[in-house]
Design a protein around this ligand. Structure first.
Ligand code: FES
Length: 129
């Protein structure tokens, strides 16, 4: 199974976190929680911190991506309880050949939180040699 890249916006903050130091903001907390849980589960993912996915009003935001697959961006994910459902979704994403998780299989938080999907940079047939 190919590794799923999970980009996590570490600069996301909730409405009441304006005065919070960067490490205490929701996105940074979610990044730490995801990294810890992925390590504990030995999940085939790479957790990649990024500064802003341009979905700032829907904190916390993440993205799933992998070579030859559709990229998905999700928002409205809870910082302190979202890691579990994100890794469940990443496992489903990782099991697909194209990144398209059937709607009925998606965790509810990912159904509600989907922001966008972006086609693979190259069709899957061009990335295989
Ligand atoms: S600050 Fe998180 S998406 Fe912009």
């Amino acid at each position: 199974m190919a590794v799923t890249h999970i980009y996590v916006c570490t600069t996301c903050k909730l409405a009441d976190e304006a005065g919070f130091a960067a490490p205490d903001r929701a996105g940074a907390r979610l990044h730490r929680a995801l990294s810890a849980l992925a390590s504990e589960r030995e999940a085939p993912v790479e957790i990649i911190p990024v500064e802003c996915l341009s979905v700032c009003k829907r904190a916390c935001t993440i993205s799933f991506a992998a070579p030859g697959k559709w990229t998905y961006v999700y928002g409205d994910l809870p910082a302190d309880t979202g890691a579990d459902v994100i890794l469940d979704g990443a496992a489903l994403y990782g099991a697909t050949s194209d990144g398209l998780i059937p709607w009925k299989q998606r965790p509810d938080a990912l159904k509600r939180g989907v922001v966008s999907r972006v086609p693979p940079l190259h069709p899957a047939s061009e990335t295989q040699s």
